[in-house]
Design a protein around this ligand. Structure first.
Ligand SMILES: [Zn+2]
Ligand SMILES: [Zn+2]
Length: 245
């Protein structure tokens, strides 16, 4: 299997270390055909996300410059949007998503929910769930519903690190992703996705995307563990949107 594109990389516009140009240069060096710039949406706490939606205009400008400097690499303008309510609402509005070449969406805990109740359901409750079985069960239902609604209601190309720090019903999510044509990510940075998850999701007909989730330029195109999980799960390369056999 050869991964020809890295569709999940961060820059200084969120909490990555390099510039857009640095990530694209790294992609060119590693022989990637394509790379996406996917900084976090604005709802992340502690400065983990972009400062405001206006940042996407600045990123788009830098993407243009990187395209001119590295014509051999297809540079995708993108975002890793945050889920901010249990109805699958995102922190990036539809008109901004429309301008993106690729849209990733993920459930992050360090996020300001739309309301206090959303913050509790998406973040707070997941932190305390380990001490209460009933809270854990309710969290799992809402975590799964939030992701399913997110891919149903928005244009989402890839769900990032499904189930990272949160409990979800993999089967249900994968079934919906297969239906709407959203890929599930196998993330190289977070070692949470095991072979079993991939097997369960694959049985529902879902497609996958192998990403580095690079937070510094040297991590761009580093797929090591994710590729290993895909191989061990016996995934058909045709089911992975950025892989060629
Ligand atoms: Zn993420
Ligand atoms: Zn990320």
């Amino acid at each position: 299997m050869r991964v020809f594109a890295d569709y999940h990389t961060h820059t200084r516009f969120s909490h990555g270390k390099g510039t857009v140009m640095d990530n694209v240069r790294a992609a060119a060096r590693k022989g990637l055909e394509a790379v996406a710039i996917t900084d976090h949406g604005p709802a992340n706490l502690f400065g983990l996300g972009v400062r405001s939606l206006a940042a996407f205009d600045d990123i788009a400008e830098e993407v243009e410059k990187a395209r001119a400097a590295f014509p051999g690499v297809r540079v995708l303008m993108g975002v890793e949007a945050n889920i901010i309510d249990t109805h699958g609402g995102l922190d990036v509005p539809a008109d901004v998503l429309e301008r993106m070449n690729i849209v990733l969406a993920g459930h992050h805990l360090m996020v300001r929910g739309r309301t206090v109740s959303d913050s509790w359901k998406l973040a707070g409750r997941n932190f305390v769930a380990r001490w209460s079985r009933s809270l854990a069960e309710r969290a799992r239902v809402d975590n799964t519903k939030s992701l399913i609604e997110a891919v149903r209601r928005n244009r989402v190309d890839v769900v990032t690190h499904p189930g990272l720090h949160v409990s979800i019903d993999t089967e249900e999510l994968a079934r919906e992703c297969a239906r709407v044509g959203t890929a599930l990510e196998i993330n190289a940075k977070h070692a949470h996705l095991d072979v079993e998850f991939v097997k369960v999701a694959a049985r529902q007909g879902a497609s996958f995307c192998i990403d580095s989730d690079a937070h510094s330029p040297d991590q761009v195109g580093e797929f090591g563990r994710a590729l290993e999980v895909a191989i061990r799960a016996g995934l058909d390369p045709e089911r992975i949107i950025n892989v060629r056999a």
